[in-house]
Design a protein around this ligand. Sequence first.
Ligand SMILES: *[C@@H]1O[C@H](CO)[C@@H](O)[C@H](O)[C@H]1NC(C)=O
Ligand SMILES: *[C@@H]1O[C@H](CO)[C@@H](O)[C@H](O)[C@H]1NC(C)=O
Ligand SMILES: *[C@@H]1O[C@H](CO)[C@@H](O)[C@H](O)[C@H]1NC(C)=O
Ligand SMILES: *[C@@H]1O[C@H](CO)[C@@H](O)[C@H](O)[C@H]1NC(C)=O
Length: 381
Amino acid sequence: MSFRILALCLFCATFSPLIRCEKYPEDAESALHLFQSWKREHNKEYQSHVIEQSKFKVFLENLKVINELNVMFKGKTTFGLNHLADLSQKEFSKTVLMPKRRAPVFERERYLRSSHSAALPDSFDWTGQKKVTPVKDQGAAGSCWAFSAIGNIEGLWAVMGKPLTNFSVEQIVDCDGMEDVPKGEADCGVFGGWPFLAYQYVMKAGGLETWEDYWYCSGLGGAPGTCAACPAPGYNTTLCGPPIPYCNMSQSCVTKLDVSKFHPGLNVVSWKAIDENETSIAEQLIKIGPLSVALNAELLQFYHHGIFDPPSFACNPKSLDHGVLIVGFGSEKSIFGTKDYWKVKNSWGPKWGENGYFRILRGQGKCGINTAVTTAVLAKN
Ligand SMILES: *[C@@H]1O[C@H](CO)[C@@H](O)[C@H](O)[C@H]1NC(C)=O
Ligand SMILES: *[C@@H]1O[C@H](CO)[C@@H](O)[C@H](O)[C@H]1NC(C)=O
Ligand SMILES: *[C@@H]1O[C@H](CO)[C@@H](O)[C@H](O)[C@H]1NC(C)=O
Ligand SMILES: *[C@@H]1O[C@H](CO)[C@@H](O)[C@H](O)[C@H]1NC(C)=O
């Protein structure tokens, strides 16, 4: 990847000398000052001097990566330091993203039919209508898929007129060992999974606890109040790989799940998929609520601001590694012309990106954002 970025950089530096890019220092001494203040800002403490040294090396490397990205994207999307700056791109892929996979294809009946009747508004946003809970932080765990599925369910619940509620992501991570053997897919806790299987888990389990009752603790670094998640009942080692070797049963689903705390009235009865046409997706978003989607998020580690519009060779749409939530869409006029975008809720904390959200180009299947769109269906009551 860095070779491709480098190639583009040269192109960019040659052909658009007028774009001014924020540039981080790349010499060790200034970078060290920056590292110290970055550590304070993000409350980073490393267990030993050796670890700190190696983290600084990664940080320095990342300053160069960010500088390259800012040149490559010519200021249309900006990239910057954030709490992920002590992870190499490899570590980021391994601990925050999921193993890369193709979008699943479902039976025909699973897809919602679009009417294409009414004209779409120019913009739409569920966050302004209080149908979206605050942005969460998944930490160093590949649990994005559970955040994505829960975000969809939270939205449907609120769109039904119920009070906006944070539902439990940890319940899904700990308890959902669903699999779809013909498709070769399974939910693997902190090692990735699929929202469409998470909906099936909630149907089978019969409900969800709230976030407050069954709070998130996976991937938060082993500090007090965090946990090393145990494999879910039904965890399929063939499809998921070996589970985390150490498991404290007092932190497992079997011990923690309390069905008497299932939120009254919340009942997932089915689930649906939406086809790849981004006009259909916008229609269904308005009709249904925030939608679960997946994409290739390799280049999003340092996303800061703007409409993300990578060249397609730099963002393979058939290589999905992150689950998120589409909450709205719009168009932005700028010196670069008019661009249609999706507004997407991420789960990397409120300080990442645009207050925890990002925007990505709408209408060109960017990074596969339109290929795995699903929603739960709730019982009306
Ligand atoms: C949801 O959780 C957040 C903290 O993550 C809290 O600030 C908020 O008040 C909770 N409730 C709702 C309805 O957003
Ligand atoms: C796990 O997945 C494999 C491969 O798809 C499948 O053959 C096997 O039946 C699954 N195991 C269980 C216990 O479901
Ligand atoms: C297991 O977790 C419980 C509660 O989280 C804790 O009190 C206990 O010390 C842990 N046991 C071990 C062996 O780490
Ligand atoms: C998506 O559907 C709309 C409405 O039916 C249609 O006009 C448009 O051409 C479709 N787009 C693609 C990329 O197929």
